[in-house]
Design a protein around this ligand. Structure first.
Ligand code: NAD
Length: 567
């Protein structure tokens, strides 16, 4: 697809720069502001991430302080650099700050970024914050620093799959007629009430910040907001009696209310949590502190704030352990809550399992993970056409079909039309090539950007989540995500990133992100075929290497020879 025109000024940068009330527009249509669709596509992904963020005015996208760029000056410089970037140049970004443009080649990535990476011994929140305060680093989380955030939908499907898997463990095989207790209605956690409903159940989600709950109510991700735990239980029991799915936000502190709800007789079938417990200073809110007062308290006495957070997390986890002892399916949802509770003295915090070994790993062994695509034209008709094409391409995938049906009914378009669905090794490259052909034949109004979460088969080492309890004990081996990023670079993905510290906080993980743009060209087809194959394939290899039989079979089926076994 050829550029129609090149605009001299970035609308996004201008809008964000000027005026008291910053707007966060996203480029749409066929009009290019950059020198090619690969650069323009990445610029739109950047804008889309910002526009969908939790606090875009501060460049904060989700998970406490996950940012898209280091500061506004850096954001504008990135936009300028993307506008001017030639088809054989690569923009290099260090923790949200553009630092250089190199002449590389047309087949190389257009953007390479490294976010939040600190040398092992120095990877502490204390040191990170000192550097952050001096403007030397930023917290990139997963899809914030990879410019691949698509709002709550991104996590909705994964969350739906998790709760559906929890439902499969109930006597009836579904969550219908069951209550799920959780907390946190932020950028990611906000998907929980709707995901539980999609799995048939009733959700009580405790949230300390009323504004967050109201946002979820407005977007249709939850149905009711209550302040009284007694009322929350009454509503939940009423709904389970008639097997009606329902999403209830209960305003208050989870560390306090989890125990209180149990005292009041709540008997949830599943218990989890998605408060931003990974960050005891800028994420979690301790007991006795309102969302409004948290900011001032953090600034006034950060040390005391962290102490109070850790003590609250201990109480929070003790309540979860009590529910577990009652027989509830209890799991940590990847926010390092157990780790902090352990620090605060809850010796058996790890009796609560993580959600990956419990529900997700068998899929990882087949390279199945959170693939997503974004329609860069902004035209909802492109989403409809691509959704239908994917369903035609994978007719036997029942889970995909169910998800798509529910997504059409429940997922509003946020920013650029986007879809996430978990695809396995061999499916992602085929779907990517199909999209590229659709663009080339003019069946779509614009190119498609394909990306994924970092929570994927081969793109992360995080011993408290994705790589928890690996069969061979290799949980903390971080060579795999680095190899993933190197492979994606070698294969010419359009953007490749390496991150540290997401999810479980500083020192807790190393991960990699990638985006590739289907602009309908032969060059895109070649790069898509290679990158979207190798990206999940290194995940299959990682799991096969750890001894998982499903992964060994998937590796053999994909024709990926093992150099250790070659004659
Ligand atoms: P967020 O910062 O956008 O939202 C966190 C929410 O928790 C906020 O609304 C906050 O008000 C609320 N909160 C904080 N302390 C609370 C308390 N004590 N009681 C009740 N509510 C409280 O974060 P997010 O993007 O929603 O992510 C939440 C957590 O989940 C993070 O730790 C993140 O790393 C983790 N996460 C996990 C996965 C996964 O794979 N499951 C994916 C993404 C994020």
């Amino acid at each position: 697809m050829q550029p129609d025109a090149i605009e001299s000024i970035s609308e996004a940068a201008d809008a964000a720069r000027g005026g008291d009330a910053p707007a966060f527009p996203i480029g749409r249509g066929r009009k290019l502001r950059c020198r090619g669709w690969r650069q323009e596509g990445l610029l739109r992904m950047l804008e889309n991430t910002l526009a969908n963020g939790e606090r875009p005015q501060d460049l904060i996208i989700y998970a406490g302080t996950g940012k898209v760029a280091r500061n506004w000056e850096c954001f504008h410089a990135i936009v300028r650099a993307l506008r001017n970037l030639a088809d054989d140049e690569t923009l290099v970004i260090q923790s949200g700050k553009p630092v250089a443009v190199f002449r590389t080649s047309e087949r190389a990535p257009r953007v390479l970024a490294a976010n939040t990476n600190l040398v092992g011994k120095w990877a502490t929140w204390e040191h990170f914050r000192e550097l952050e305060g001096r403007g030397l680093i930023m917290y990139g989380q997963y899809t914030a620093g990879t410019w691949a955030y698509i709002g709550s939908q991104g996590i909705l499907q994964g969350t739906y799959e998790t709760f559906a898997a929890a439902g499969a463990r109930t006597g009836s095989g579904t969550l219908a007629g069951h209550i799920v207790l959780t907390a946190g209605l932020g950028g990611m956690g906000g998907a929980q009430p709707l995901a539980v409903k999609m799995a048939g159940g009733v959700c009580i989600a405790v949230e300390v910040d009323r504004a967050r709950a109201e946002r979820r109510l407005q977007s249709g991700y939850c149905d009711a907001i209550v302040d009284d735990p007694v009322e929350a239980i009454r509503l939940a029991k009423q709904a389970t009696a008639t097997r009606e799915p329902l999403g209830i936000a209960l305003i208050g502190n989870a560390a306090e209310l989890f125990g209180r709800l149990r005292e009041l007789g709540l008997e949830p079938t599943a218990v989890t949590d998605q408060t931003s417990a990974h960050d005891p200073l800028n994420g979690y809110v301790p007991i006795g502190v309102s969302a409004a007062d948290a900011e001032a308290l953090r600034a006034r006495d950060p040390k005391r704030y962290v102490e109070r957070s850790l003590a609250s997390m201990a109480r929070h986890v003790e309540a979860m352990l009590a529910y577990q002892a009652d027989g509830a399916i209890t799991f940590e949802y990847g926010n390092y809550l157990r780790g902090h509770a352990l620090e605060a003295g809850v010796a058996n915090a790890n009796d609560i399992p993580g959600f990956v070994p419990l529900f997700v790993r068998p899929g990882f062994c087949r390279g199945r993970g959170p693939f997503r695509w974004v329609c860069l034209s902004g035209d909802p008709a492109d989403l409809k056409a691509t959704d239908e094409a994917v369903l035609r391409r994978l007719p036997a995938d029942e889970r995909l079909r169910t998800w798509m049906k529910m997504a059409h009914a429940h997922v509003p378009i946020q920013g650029l039309p986007a879809r996430t669905c978990w695809l396995a090794l061999g499916e992602r490259d085929q779907v990517g090539l199909m999209f590229n052909r659709m663009v080339s034949k003019g069946e779509l109004a614009g190119p498609i950007a394909m990306s994924r979460d970092h929570l994927d088969a081969g793109s992360v080492a995080q011993p408290s989540r994705e790589t928890e309890g690996m069969q061979d004990g290799s949980d903390a081996v971080a060579d795999w995500p680095l190899l993933n990023a190197l492979l994606n670079t070698a294969n010419g993905a359009d953007l490749v990133t390496i991150h540290q510290g997401a999810g479980s906080g500083m020192g807790g993980s190393i991960s990699a992100g990638m985006t590739v743009i289907a602009d309908g060209t032969d060059s895109a087809a070649e790069r898509i075929a290679r990158a979207l194959f190798a990206d999940p394939a290194i995940g299959v290899v990682r799991h096969a290497d750890a001894g998982y039989e499903i992964a060994r079979q998937a590796r053999a089926a994909a024709g990926l020879a093992d150099p250790m076994r070659l004659d």
